[in-house]
Design a protein around this ligand. Sequence first.
Ligand code: GLC
Length: 716
Amino acid sequence: MSLMTLEEKVGQLNQLSSDFISTGPITCDGEKQDRVRQGKVGSYLNVTGAARTRSLQEIAMQSRRKIPLLFAQDVIHGYRTIFPIPLAEAASWDLAAIERSARIAASEAAGSGIHWTFAPMVDISRDPRWGRVMEGAGEDTYLGSLIAEARVKGFQGKGLGQVDAIMACAKHFAAYGAAEGGRDYNTTDMSMRRLHEVYLPPFKAAVEAGVSSVMNSFNDINGIPATGNTYLQRTILKGKWNFNGLVVSDWGSIGEMINHGYATDTADAAKRAIIAGSDMDMESRAYVGQLIELVKRKIVPESVIDEAVCRVLNKKFELGLFDDPYRFSDESREKAIWNDPTHLEAARDMAKKSIVLLKNDLVKKLGKPLLPLDVFGSTKIALVGPLVKAISDNNGFWSYSWPDDSVRVVSLWKGVERKFKASKDLIYAKGCELEGADTSGFAAARQAALKSDIVIVSVGESGSMSGEAKSRSEIHLPGIQEQLVKELVATGKPVVVLISAGRPLVFNWIADNVPSIVYTWWLGTEAGNAIADVLFGDHNPSGKLPMTFPRTEGQIPIYYNYFNTGRPFKNDKDFNYVTAYTDLPNSPRYPFGYGLSYTTFEYRNIRLSADTINLGESIKVKVNVTNSGKYVGDEVVQLYIQDVAASLVRPVRELKAFKKVRLMSGETKEVEFLLTEKELSFFQEDLRFAAEPGLFNLFIGGSSHTSVHTSFYAKE
Ligand code: GLC
């Protein structure tokens, strides 16, 4: 630092995007390499590949102080091998699998010259109109915090310095997922209590897991844009939580404080952001354009610049870039990692575990449900729908396409064809497009159904309908896809519906009229294989919803851990002077934590180590879970509490523990949990985190709607 000029220090705080890939409004302003040579750039994003990063690093080594560049990339759910979108992975509730997914993504990214991923996105959201729900872990703070930890550990592996470990980045700090109306980049406003109770804990979990960086968010929160928010970045993050990594702004968010009406001009924006603790400036050019003058005019102390530069340089040292700037840019290692078959196996495993079985009713004339498919020699299967042969749509938003995708990404068609040996009896019809009103494909779809014994329909969103800047005011199946399903059901053939999307969708007619429904999210490179594994029963689905599915957009926000109110409804049809909508049932279409299996699980005999405890003591909870069906299956045993009366109203249910158990048909297992004072605590009015004496209800089951419960009393 003492050897650096002020210009060189400020250069380290400047992050630019290359023009190779654009993930925001690109500014084409001349030769970026010159800026690198002049030491005016500290980091590039959207520069990938061992060769390309090496060539740019060589230019950085021509600068006076030879400070290496940091190469960053949005490796959100895979790089060369695309894994299920994060919301789908959250549906697996399998923390080890989620960590492994991030680990593999990190090894592929590091092999391609990338030092830093802008992941995990840990924004809690309760609004499926917001397209970025696909990128997070859903609506629950407890599950979201555990997944944040798992992903940070996956990306950072055994720690920076390892050549397959990359910097993780918890984003978007903070409360970006609470955008009013689910409209991206919109205002967020909430009590400090709700901020600390719902939105901050996953970031804290990431910091405790050692996350290297945090990205602030576009939104204003309680009147101050996050990028210029001293309370968030200095008081909480760098102060209370003692975070020693670096804070990077989101794309242009420093300059956007002018639009917010929080900065008068770029100089004011730069001053407010650096003072508030935003260390590196992504793409707004406010820092590199204004900070030198602001220091010279003594408006910004040079010590503030030094603190930010120190955080940036520390990461470059930890990554080993000062020892060898090219250590990640090794083309031979890139080639070796590029087609590692174990990565595809892991992607298929993760995809299978992410699939959620929403419905699988008994079909009377068959005497059993349609799934798993019971195919024999002569069975004819019709695969119908706009996503049957989709390739890139399987990868979803925030993914990467490669020249060999057409042979490497497994479509539903290819997955079923491989599994269904007699593929001569596999009949295809597209039926309709994902969007639009052209019904000309319906006739061929009907024909395909009439020629078959069973129809599998694949509908949903395109891979770009959920994601950044993809908020939707209505979240029904796009176009005429639901009409296509109606046409196929009208043929009288048995119909299974697969729905692929980046968010919860509304599909009431299908939910009411189709006997088997499978939610297949966006499952990545191995999508078709994983779906076929489930359809044919090679994998018994075990996914559980990480977000509530509303009946209509009018129900939003709807989430499982709501407050009871003074006039709670008693059942779905209770509208009489209670908190309800008079035009639809009170419950969601599918609740948080819900997901079926090909088998059935029964919960019996909850027992506690005591029915009264002193606060500070812990309580052991045991329950017997039985697989009462005929298939081996995995069950996510979920434990919820309700603090019945406290100094603040508390949610009707709060997820506090879960365990995923495998049970053979007929097998019973005793599942045990330990509740401590921490699980009973909540943020008090004065933001102290503490538990209070009183009665607690305890619920255990395979969804947040379980009625299997008991109670205990905690006394002072
Ligand atoms: C985008 C996103 C952020 C991403 C960044 C770089 O606008 O908000 O999540 O990491 O820009 O692509």
